[in-house]
Write a protein that binds this ligand. Structure first.
Ligand code: GLN
Length: 349
């Protein structure tokens, strides 16, 4: 075990007689995560995003993997306290807030749920409806963000930060250099916003909507935070550590469905086919993957492939999904869940 490996935080509270078995299973699982970390750390493929100048400062060797279960166990290896910005991962959670603010039917009149097959920053709208295709690509996310309720920019930002705080379980902040860097260079996003304004899909003032979008992308987190946020989605919207309801559970289905079909951009189809669980990536190099009712995986590693997904992140999720038969349509695990396997004394990872 390295100094950066962390065993689940609730191990101390285990019953005395079950503690050794649970600890053995936990240490086997951490060893498995460490093995994945060691296997993929030397991988030198991909490039750190540089179209937002602040992001180019990230180190290509930063790499962490965290798993959080719906019953509050957290397993972490690597640089799990290294901070980075949420970027597109924020889109999942803001989608949830917009659903709470307006309901499913209204939201569907403004943003679709159809994958684009195009890059995340493509300047395209659905030709027929004039809606952006889905809330996981930039155009759709800007439209979704523009719908967040509040009496002015400060109230809207505060409502958004409170929403993120419920998922993460502690106060969070916008990284000012990243926000300014996005704002100065975000002409493409500005172009999309104008196109949507032209078709009545978003309302003025555009600068406020864009600022809020740049702010949500610039929220600072670490890999452990990401895992808790994603585990909250796996746990009917209840943060597994604080017990707080982060989002109305009736919208989890909407959020996860769109993540499943659109969360990995123009890799979404292949991801759904091979990995088979809802996921979302961001140009910071983060990926979250959610196994409903069980647990969530978060990986952080900045080098990206040409579609904007973390190279190491994709590999790690592919491996974990295969190892545990996590594909939603794979029945080979039968009735045995990941959580049952995780607590089985004889389990070998
Ligand atoms: N802030 C980034 C952008 O708007 C988010 C994109 C991403 O993470 N894919 O371009």
């Amino acid at each position: 075990m390295t100094s950066q490996d962390v065993y689940p935080t609730d191990m101390q509270s285990s019953q005395p007689d079950s503690a050794p078995a649970a600890e053995a299973a936990a240490s086997a699982f951490v060893a498995y995560l460490r093995h994945l970390h060691q296997t993929y750390l030397p991988l030198r493929e991909g490039r750190v995003a540089n179209y937002i100048p602040e992001l180019a400062k990230m180190n290509s060797d930063w790499f962490s993997i965290c798993v959080a279960t719906v019953d509050g166990q957290v397993y972490e290896v690597g640089d799990s306290s290294q901070t980075f910005t949420l970027q597109s991962i924020s889109k999942v959670f803001v989608h949830g807030l917009a659903l709470e603010d307006h309901g499913r039917d209204y939201l569907l009149t403004r943003v679709g749920v159809e994958p684009t097959g195009e890059a995340f920053n493509a300047i395209i709208l659905d030709e027929r409806s004039k809606r952006p295709y889905n809330p996981m690509v930039n155009a759709g996310a800007i439209a979704t963000t523009s719908l967040i309720k509040g009496s002015g920019p400060t109230e809207r930002l505060n409502r958004m930060l409170s929403m993120f705080r419920r998922y993460i379980g502690h106060d969070i902040f916008v990284d000012m250099p990243t926000f300014l860097s996005e704002r100065v260079t975000g002409h493409r996003n500005r172009g999309m916003a104008h196109l949507m304004l032209n078709f009545g899909m978003i309302d003025p003032p555009l600068d406020e909507a864009l600022d809020l979008y740049f702010q949500q992308c610039s929220v600072l987190v670490n890999c452990r935070d990401l895992a808790i946020m994603a585990a909250t989605l796996a746990n009917h919207g209840i943060n597994p550590l604080t017990g707080e309801q982060a989002v109305n559970p009736c919208y989890i289905r909407d959020m996860l469905s769109v993540m499943y079909t659109c969360g990995m951009y123009n890799f979404a189809g292949e991801w759904a086919y091979t990995v088979g669980i809802p996921a979302k990536s961001g140009v910071c190099g983060g990926i979250i993957a959610v196994v409903p009712h069980q647990f969530a995986i978060a990986v952080f590693s900045p080098p990206l492939d040409e579609r904007g997904n973390s190279v190491r992140g994709v590999k790690v999720c592919e491996e974990i999904s295969q190892h545990y038969d996590l594909h939603l349509f794979d029945s080979s695990m039968g009735c045995q869940t990941f959580l049952q396997r995780l607590t089985q004394p004889g389990e070998r990872f």
